[in-house]
Design a protein around this ligand. Structure first.
Ligand code: MOS
Length: 704
């Protein structure tokens, strides 16, 4: 009886966002606020011999300077989550270029920044390692409890199985260091009430976990920390847990006993708020004459910092994609003098699918089989490392519907299509992302004024959560969506779980549904209108109920995964090396589509970010001093409107009720997966040259 779910509903927070009334972390007005500015290391490896803060302390407006010599004690959390395992200013060591070495506090931002530039540092400089080719890689066994090593061999040994294939390809694909580059910079206001009660205004993808982590850092009860994050200007994985700058801001605010605001510059963000590691992946595929895969071998390497071990888990996706009796995956990690890498939109799946879907295209050409057909032939109905069947999988429909919409036909030979003097090529690739779900709670209130409220600490980082939650409650209560008000992003509210791993909708929609059922039961009615009448009669102000829901035994029976296919056209002007993406069709299978408009926007956002990854984005380090040479949104290139064609998005498949009562699997990350491969595959078709190194910049395309 869905009336609102699945419709194209405009964002409830849209007007607030476009009129500037949505309040982001740094915009909260707190009386008596003072300002911080970070000082960062100008070497990538070594130690601080001397740090002279005397001039900074005398500067106009200066209040305090914190360095490793005077930073107050902070406790390392035992079970909370930190992005970087080293606490800020822990000692005199410098592990990466741009690492925080001091915090200056002053009356105004300008005064703090000015004073920060007066700090004199003498370093003992040791040789920095920022070149992955010089790094030492070691095997990594697992990532968040999932195995990163797998060897499944049908008979005999893997090498023999691969050798027995009639057609084989082996290739190495690389990606550079990539930055999250959200529109809203990382920022925090820390406001202590005394020394044991803390309010944090900070963009947070995981409010309750962040609240818990801050409580552990400062040795105070969780209830005495309040995290407020009603709006987030993009996060992509970089705003879930406290970074060192935020911990430092909070400890300094406690010491000074005044509210302290710290906003990072774009340059400071490049080293201190995470990135996606560069990757090197080697894939071997072997197939029989009919195009059935016999063997898949996938070895991935990524790099991490000396202060956090984070592998970019590229190989997790491989056992989910295509059936092969012989399957081997292996992940390796090296430490370097770089900032700490972390989760970035489809961590692992994104670079993993770049490599795998490029390799599948190479195999299709080698076999002389259409790449859509090759994927249809090799689809697997079982997750080969989880050994579980997929629930509600419609990957084949994504491929066939996408083909039909795009007008995909047997591609002519590479370098044979032209238009207006430019080479034209078509490419396709698959998309995928696991279905994750966590525990979540929500409160629903029916008010005498005839409206409903949904309250949860879950958050909306631009995904559409406000709107989806309202739609879910509207259908459950039989109300127009305009009469449902949603409050998010405050840790005082019931724990709404985390907006990460594309799981906010799958986690929260069930608890909103359960709380709606519960509140109607408490009111002893079947619709909200009856409840409103009962409130008016009785004079009671509200009926309210809170529900908590969580995944259960279904995760032992099924593998949950979303699927998709991208089809694109590119044109290449070889004289100037200009590549334009001229057409795009994406077809996705995500279970129940909760809101046709915001879901399609999530896919489009992923495709746009994928186009940036394919063609522009790279962060390089100065090989001599180890410092990131990219320092703002002008030097870190990504697409503008002129780079993006119309992006057609269609959804196929059925609700996945094995997964949760809403049937929804989430759509935040899948859109970016496979995009870079689709573009490289189209580029090969246009030019006849296989691009295996991202980004595909003009210098690589200037032609023969
Ligand atoms: Mo996402 S990278 O789990 O925010």
């Amino acid at each position: 009886m869905s009336k609102v779910i699945g419709q194209a509903i405009s964002r409830k927070d849209g007007r607030a966002k476009v009129t500037g009334t949505a309040t982001y972390a740094a915009e909260h007005q707190i009386p008596g606020l003072v300002h911080g500015y970070l000082v960062t290391a100008s070497i990538a490896s070594g130690r601080i011999q001397q740090i002279d803060t005397s001039a900074a302390k005398q500067a106009p407006g200066a209040i305090a300077v914190f360095t490793h010599q005077n930073v107050p004690q902070i406790s390392k959390p035992q079970t909370g989550m930190l992005y970087e395992q080293r606490l800020p200013l822990a000692d005199d060591r410098v592990y990466y270029g741009g690492q925080i070495i001091a915090l200056v506090v002053a009356q105004t931002f300008e005064q703090a920044r000015d004073a920060a530039h007066l700090i004199q540092v003498k370093y003992e400089n040791t040789t920095a390692l920022v070149d992955a080719q010089q790094a030492i890689f070691e095997d990594v066994k697992s990532f968040m409890g999932e195995a990163l090593q797998l060897e499944q061999v049908a008979v005999g040994d893997f090498a023999a199985a691969l050798a027995s294939a009639t057609t084989k390809i082996e290739a190495t694909y690389t990606t550079p260091t990539e930055l999250h580059a959200p529109m809203e910079p990382h920022a925090i206001i820390a406001h202590w009430q005394g020394s044991d009660s803390l309010t944090i205004y900070e963009p947070s993808q995981a409010l309750a976990l962040m609240q818990y982590t801050y409580a552990q850092l400062f040795g105070i009860p969780q209830e005495q920390v309040r995290v407020i994050s009603p709006y987030i200007g993009g996060a992509f994985g970089s705003k879930a847990f406290p970074w060192p700058h935020a911990i430092l801001c909070a400890v300094a605010a406690r010491e000074l006993q005044c509210p302290l605001k710290l906003v990072l510059s774009r340059r400071q963000m490049t080293a201190n708020t995470g990135h996606r590691s560069e990757t090197v992946q080697t894939i071997s595929l072997g197939a029989d004459a009919g195009g059935k895969l016999i063997a898949i071998d996938h070895v991935a390497k990524s790099c991490t910092s000396l202060v956090t071990a984070f592998p970019e888990p590229c190989v997790l996706i491989t056992p989910a994609m295509y059936a092969a009796p012989n399957l081997r995956v292996k992940q390796q990690l090296a430490t370097m003098n770089v900032g700490s890498p972390t989760f970035m939109r489809a961590p692992g799946e994104n670079p993993g699918m770049w490599a795998l879907e490029s390799a599948m295209d190479e195999l299709a050409w080698a076999l002389n089989i259409d790449p859509v057909e090759l994927r249809l032939k090799n689809e697997t109905q079982q997750h080969q490392s989880k050994k579980l069947p997929f629930s509600a999988k419609s990957f084949a429909d994504c491929l066939t519907v996408g083909s039909a919409q795009f007008g995909w036909q047997n591609r002519p030979q590479p370098r044979s299509l032209t238009r207006g003097g430019k080479l034209v090529g078509w490419g396709m690739a698959a998309a995928t992302f696991p279905g994750y779900r966590g525990q979540a709670s929500a409160q629903v209130r029916l008010l005498a004024n005839g409206t409903a409220q949904v309250l949860t600490s879950g958050n909306d980082m631009g995904t559409g959560a406000y709107t989806i939650i309202a739609a879910t409650a509207a259908d459950m209560l039989g109300l127009p969506v305009e009469q449902v008000h949603v409050q998010l992003g405050d840790s005082l509210l019931p724990n709404g779980g985390m907006a990460g791993g594309s799981m906010m909708t799958a986690s929260l929609a069930p608890s909103v549904m359960a709380a709606c059922q519960e509140v109607l039961k408490i009111a002893n009615v079947t619709t909200a209108s009856e409840a409103f009448a009962a409130l008016r009669q009785s004079g009671l102000p509200a009926f309210e109920a809170t529900a908590t829901t969580a995944p259960g035994a279904e995760t032992k029976q099924w593998a949950f995964q979303s699927w998709g296919a991208h089809f694109c056209e590119v044109s290449v002007d070889e004289e100037i090396g200009r590549l334009q993406v001229t057409r795009w069709v994406s077809v996705m299978n995500i279970g129940q589509v909760m809101n046709a408009k915001t879901a399609a926007s999530q896919v489009r956002g992923g495709v746009i970010m994928g186009i940036g990854q394919a063609l522009m984005e790279e962060c390089n380090y100065d090989p001599h001093i180890g410092y990131p040479v990219v320092y703002d949104l002008a030097t870190y290139h990504f697409p503008v409107h002129a780079d993006i064609p119309q992006i057609g998005v269609t959804f196929v498949g059925e609700p996945d009720f094995n997964f949760n009562p809403a049937g929804a699997r989430g759509v935040g990350e899948i859109g970016i997966t496979g995009v870079a491969a689709a573009i490289a595959n189209a580029t090969y078709h246009a030019t006849g040259k296989r691009e295996r190194t991202l980004p595909i910049t003009p210098d690589k395309l200037i032609g023969s």
